[in-house]
Ligand binder design. Structure first.
Ligand code: ACO
Length: 321
């Protein structure tokens, strides 16, 4: 049994910045409302011809470079996305082709904001059991394509982007434990339904995101509270061993509540929601990459990643970087 260790990280954001002030020209909102409720100041929005695969490719190439790994050495490709470019084939197959990887398994994971944590956990199992040696795990989203831009309660929250890691077999410790959960009883609190014909057939995939924000907020805080406790108990580590929290970036108030539960100061939390908004499955790997690139997250540090999203799905990965 090998350990699965993060060998390199990458991130990619569309060039276009959309500020709160710009949104306030389109819908009845204000910078003050958005910042005080969510912490978001701006987000990136993909160009009309920029696909989820384009963003995934940018992040993947950076992660491969950082890992010192050739694309042809990758033997598993997982893309976590809620906004695939096609109904099929999966975005992982599109990405695989772009990167010139032919043959190894490639598939998408759909667990919305928890998708990257799900994908990383799956890749870790492949590596630990010897089914793969080097996995490329990407979270990539163009959430702007499934937002109702007239709905002020959701359009201010989301952004586009991609983050990636190369996970490799190693004798050194890497992923220490991971915990995944879901409860479909909450399917309607945060959803993007397909458009159906009167007779119940699929007319158009991915209708706009709808959300009962208050209820999602309450559930996120209580669920993440239980999740971090579960993760620590299973790992045998103490709160004090955690150097960095890399949370899903939905809302600074949810993030602050989780940090408090772990006894961490906000200086130990990687926060990108102010600049990226909620990029769904891309948010955790983008934040992780930001922390690695600016030198805060160092080799050997213990890092807790956690996420919560539609489904509901939620999960955590504890790792030594
Ligand atoms: N600008 C101004 N006013 C707004 C806006 C806006 N963009 N959006 C909603 N409002 C108004 C509402 O219409 C409402 O007005 P009313 O009192 O006249 O009816 C008022 O603000 C309060 O609305 P609430 O929904 O109660 O506002 P709340 O304080 O709960 O904040 C928010 C909303 C930010 C969405 C919060 O509930 C939240 O963060 N929830 C978590 C959901 C989340 O982050 N989801 C992302 C995906 S899931 C995940 O990633 C965890």
């Amino acid at each position: 049994m090998s350990n699965a260790r993060i060998l390199g990280t990458g991130g990619f954001l569309p060039a276009r910045v959309v500020t709160n002030a710009e949104l306030a020209q389109r819908v009845d909102t204000s910078d003050e409302w958005i910042v005080s409720r969510t912490g978001i100041r701006e987000r990136r929005i993909a160009a009309p011809d920029e696909s989820t695969c384009d963003l995934a490719e940018g992040a993947a190439r950076q992660a491969l470079d950082a890992a010192g790994c050739l694309a042809t050495e990758i033997d598993l490709v997982i893309v976590a996305t809620t906004t695939p470019d096609r109904v099929f084939p999966g975005t992982a197959c599109l990405l695989q082709d772009r990167l010139g990887i032919h043959g190894p398994a490639a598939f998408d994971v759909q667990a919305v904001c928890s998708g990257f944590v799900y994908g990383l956990t799956i890749a870790e199992k492949f590596i630990r059991t010897g089914s793969a040696k080097r996995a490329l795990v990407v979270g990539a989203e163009t959430m702007s394509r499934i937002i109702d831009w007239q709905d002020r309660s959701t359009c201010v929250l989301f952004g586009d982007g991609a983050g990636a890691v190369v996970l490799g077999a190693s004798d050194e410790p890497g992923i220490l434990s991971s915990h995944l959960h879901a409860d479909g009883a909450y399917k309607d609190l945060l959803t993007a339904k397909n458009t159906m014909t009167d007779s119940g057939c699929l007319l158009r995939a991915a209708g706009p995101v709808t959300m009962r924000g208050n209820e999602v907020f309450r559930m996120a805080v209580t669920t993440l509270d239980g999740l971090v406790g579960e993760t620590l108990a299973a790992s045998g580590l103490q709160q004090a061993d955690i150097k960095w929290l890399v949370p899903h970036q939905a809302n600074t108030r949810i993030i602050a509540a989780t940090a408090k539960r772990l006894g961490l100061s906000m200086d130990q939390v990687i926060v990108t929601v102010d600049r990226h908004g909620n990029t769904s499955a891309a948010s955790v790997p983008l934040a992780f990459d930001a922390g690695v690139r600016d030198g805060r997250i160092q080799r050997g540090d213990v890092v807790l990643m956690e996420a919560f999203g539609g489904g509901f799905t939620w999960g955590a990965v504890l790792l030594r970087y």
